[in-house]
Design a protein around this ligand. Sequence first.
Ligand code: MN
Ligand code: MN
Length: 318
Amino acid sequence: MSTDFQPVSGFVLPRYAGVPTFMRLPHIPLDDPRLAQVHIGLIGAPWDGGTTNRPGPRHGPRQLRDASTMIRAQHGITGLRPFEAANCADLGDVAPNPADVQDSLRRMTEFYTQVRAAGIVPLTAGGDHLCTLPILRALAHDRPLGMIHFDSHTDLFHSYFNGMMYTHGTPFRRAVEEELLDPKRVCMIGIRGTAYDSEDREFARSVGIRVIPIEEFHKRGVADVMAEAREIAGAGDTYVSYDIDFVDPAFAPGTGTPEVGGPSSWQALECARLLAGIKIVGADLVEVSPPFDPSGGTAYLGASLMFEMLCAIVQAKS
Ligand code: MN
Ligand code: MN
């Protein structure tokens, strides 16, 4: 394992100092020759062109980078030291076109196609949830993936505003239609809140997506729900998509479409920890909207969830 990929220790340079990168890892852009040595790439997707309600996740990556400088090298519970088990790096931001949805989707697909070609597992900080669609287009172009999806919302709607097919409420409908996901290996956890109608849930039922609504989540508990999620994902390649609005807005107010009655930050972290064992080929943490939480607490939880997912990816790798 190369020592080039260790985070800067807080004993060497205080954690509030220096140019912030994700988890204080080295910045390795896609044209850097060291890219070939990277196993896990942390990537910012500063784009919220799919947002239908309160915006702001375009500012997520910068605040998440800053908050992630608080992350230390060793997991507090498991003792895992992920940066010694895999070469991790900050690959920088994908450059979107804030004035054009389709051009942004194309740019992101192209970026993640390069990441995949380099054999790197991407861990993305969004951005709104439409960012996940171009990532899946790059990672799943040759076979459908399973997916574990934490969210208040299914994001399975057909369209918004008279036929708008590409919003943060539709990415997984498109992903199923484009055969990027194997619906029988998809599990959506934490779904709640008032609804427009039941169209999304009916679609889930019709294609075999397992939806675990919040009332079932609270009744059964994290360990039992996650055991079922791992079983649904099975042994195949699986993507993990984590919308911060899965977490109760008391703990994560910095998001555009909050829904009350959700998990605590402890339960949210435990869910991510119990992804260990799944063959994760990519993961994201989306919908952190800094303007709605100037305290930065939401971003700190988001960065901590990214560290949990990073640890799960490392465990899948070994
Ligand atoms: Mn979502
Ligand atoms: Mn959501």
